[in-house]
Every structure is written in C-alpha cells, then in structure tokens.
Design a protein around this ligand. Sequence first.
Ligand code: G6P
Ligand code: MG
Length: 217
Amino acid sequence: MKAFIFDLDGVLVDTAKYHYIAWKTIGTSFNFNLTETQNERLKGISRTDSLDLMLEWAETGMNLEEKKVLLRQKNEHYLELIQEMDRTEILPGVLTILDFTKKNKVPVSLGSASKNAQLILKKLGLLCYFDNIVDGTHLTHSKPNPEVFLLGAKNLNTHANQCVVFEDAAAGIAAAKAAQMVTVGVGDAKELAAADYIFDSLESIDSNLLQTLAAIS
Ligand code: G6P
Ligand code: MG
C-alpha cells in the first residue's frame, strides 16, 4: 500500500488567500504591489524565502533586523486573519479522502513549509488523521527541495517511491518529483502541468481513483 503526503495551505484548507493578503500588505511597506501571478511563486515557499523573493522583485535591499520586523508583522497579520477560521474552510473533498485513509489504514503525513501547520490542523480538528507531521519547524530547505517529502516518507517508515503527494504549488510538485513520488496537483492546470494527475479540486477524485492511488486492490 502507498502512503499519502498532503501539503496544507491550498490543499487541505483555504489559507492561501490569507497568506496572499498578509504578503500584499507587507509589500506596501516598501512600495511593492504583489500581483496574483507573483503570489503563485510564493506558494510552498518558506516565510523567509518569500520575503527575499519579494525584495528581489521590488529591487530593494534590507538588513537582517528590518527583515525580522517584517517577518514578524506578516505572521501576526496572518494569525489575525486565520483566527476566526473554522471547519467551513476545509477544502471540498478533503474529509472524504481523509476518511478513506483512516478506513483503509493508508499511512498519512503532512508535508508543509508552514510553521503554523500544527496550530491550523488543531483548530480544524484534523490532527487525528495524521500519522506524522512535517512542517516548517523541521525544515532547512524550501520546496522545490525534496527535503519536506523525503522526511515524511522516512518518518512513515516507507520508501519515497511508495508515496503519493497532494500539492497546489508548482514548487511542491517539483519537490515531490525530485523525491521520485507520485504527484497529484490540485488547482490551476497550467501551474501544475508537471504533475502526474491534475484536478480542480480534491472533490473530483472518486473512490476508484483513490484505491488506485493508494494501490489497494
Ligand atoms: C506554505 C505556504 C506559503 C507560506 C509557507 C510558510 O508553504 O504555501 O504561502 O509562506 O507555508 O508559512 P508560515 O505559516 O510559516 O508563514
Ligand atoms: Mg500549498
């Protein structure tokens, strides 16, 4: 049987829009207007790497202390935005797939760059579905580096080629491919063209396909 590894933001829960709002606000502090297209490139990338990319696009320099202030402000704003979040923001199809994994004993890991992942899973009552969590507090490298998924496979005691990764970010698909894993892209088909399977929403994955992905006969 295969193991499933889920990204968090934009796959399990609709938090990608809150990251965007918070980054856009930070951008205005150095006169930079973050576009939706640029925001796509921030998906899956760590908080520090995201700020560095924005500064590069804005052609602006900043010392470490100034960066620390903005990183703190970004996270404070993000935490405010997600404060009221409840189970209605779990994305369509997620609970069906997680119930499938529980029922069929498919091993499940989280594979997210977010340092807020535990908090969000707890808030939404999803922690019980996970055998293992890899989040931003465990990682040295951002996606597309495969570290996040390789660590997930290792912690689940399985081989990388026995894992199926669910991702909404091009950087995440690239990371999973670099780890030799099967990839399921959720979202924009153009952004996720490199994935083995692409769906608008997890809701489009029926039980037959779930069985195939999990290699349950
Ligand atoms: C995920 C999201 C990114 C976010 C990163 C760090 O990868 O897709 O948009 O910047 O996590 O999240 P954090 O909650 O630690 O700021
Ligand atoms: Mg994501």
